[in-house]
Design a protein around this ligand. Structure first.
Ligand SMILES: Nc1nc2c(ncn2[C@@H]2O[C@H](COP(=O)(O)OP(=O)(O)O)[C@@H](O)[C@H]2O)c(=O)[nH]1
Ligand SMILES: [Mg+2]
Length: 295
């Protein structure tokens, strides 16, 4: 984690050739999403389904494939959807691999001034102790309030074989899963990330529709906290300095300390300078050896 070498797909995350990525429309409102969950559940595959093309490296492997945070974007129904893919930042193992919090700081910078939805990814039929640990890690990093912005995304939708996801979560005898569904306000969605074409579009439309409703319930204001506040206040400063400062804040805060949730009240959705986003990408890309992605 925190590797500074950039794989080809990671380079794309900083400067994709996809026309959707290159031509954001000025009037588009932002929908920022963060993918979270344990390694191997299909976070990157989910990100690729949302984007409609393979941007994030995703494959079955014995060791984690995603080593650092990356950002992709697309246009959807008048929104500019920005997706931050993450490596394992949320289990004890993930935190151990990020002792100076640089990777967690990178997640903050890429999703500043805060996400409209957190996509907590798990595999259908395989909700394990590690998934519980990842959910705990999410609460520890962002505060428990972030689950009011969470959607529980089940990959391997094909295993439902046409059945209803809502029936599945209602009937499950996994109490931890039922509790998490309740904490997420019952927002659940299933994806078959191997689907293509119209089938994939329909599934992604279902998920983004949920996210859109969630964002509108909050008047378009993103979730934010003191760390997002710090990152956003420094949006015109040198991004590498901001990355360090944010990482230092996260280290000093430690798990569960000093967290304050600030609702943005319309601060984040629009009217922000693109230069900081540009330089944020610069920082995140340069630290991996690449170039900026135009916003
Ligand atoms: N059959 C099936 N495989 C999936 C699905 N989603 C992800 N996968 C596979 O699960 C493996 C791990 O996915 P990846 O995106 O790398 O997981 P991550 O570590 O959470 O980012 C890959 O082989 C994916 O192709 C799905 O909906 N159906
Ligand atoms: Mg991944």
């Amino acid at each position: 984690m925190g590797g500074r070498k950039m794989a080809r797909d990671e380079k794309n995350a900083c400067g994709s050739q996809d026309p959707d990525d290159q031509q954001p429309q000025a009037q588009e409102r932002k929908l920022r999403l963060i993918l979270a969950g344990r390694t191997g559940v299909g976070k990157s595959a989910t990100g690729n389904s949302i984007l409609g093309h393979s941007l994030f490296p995703s494959r079955l492997a014995a060791t984690p494939v995603t080593r650092s945070c990356a950002l992709g974007s697309r246009s959807w129904a008048g929104w500019r959807v920005e997706v931050t893919d993450t490596p394992d930042l949320f289990t004890a193992q993930g935190r151990h691999a990020d002792p100076d919090c640089t990777e967690r700081a990178s997640c903050y910078l890429l999703s500043a001034p805060g996400p409209h939805a957190l996509l907590l990814v798990t595999q259908l039929g395989r909700f394990t102790a590690q998934d519980e640990e990842a959910a705990r890690g999410v609460r520890e990093l962002f505060g428990a309030g972030v689950l009011a912005r969470a959607v529980l995304v089940f990959t391997r939708r094909e295993d439902l074989e046409g059945g209803s996801l809502h029936d599945y979560v209602r009937a499950t005898d996994n109490r931890a899963l039922r509790a998490l569904v309740a904490e997420c306000g019952g927002r659940v969605c299933a994806l078959d990330n191997r689907a293509e074409g119209a089938e994939r579009d329909a599934q992604v439309g279902e998920l983004l529709g949920l996210v859109e409703r969630l964002a509108l319930e909050h008047d378009g204001a993103p979730f934010t906290d003191d760390v997002y506040g710090l990152a956003w206040a420094r949006r015109h400063a040198r991004p590498e300095d901001t990355l360090r400062l944010v990482a230092t804040r996260l280290v000093s805060r430690g798990p569960g300390r000093g967290r304050r949730r600030l609702e943005a009240g319309g601060r984040g959705g629009s009217g922000r300078s693109s230069s900081w986003r540009g330089s944020c990408y610069l920082s995140c890309c340069f630290s991996r050896g690449g170039g900026p992605d135009p916003d």
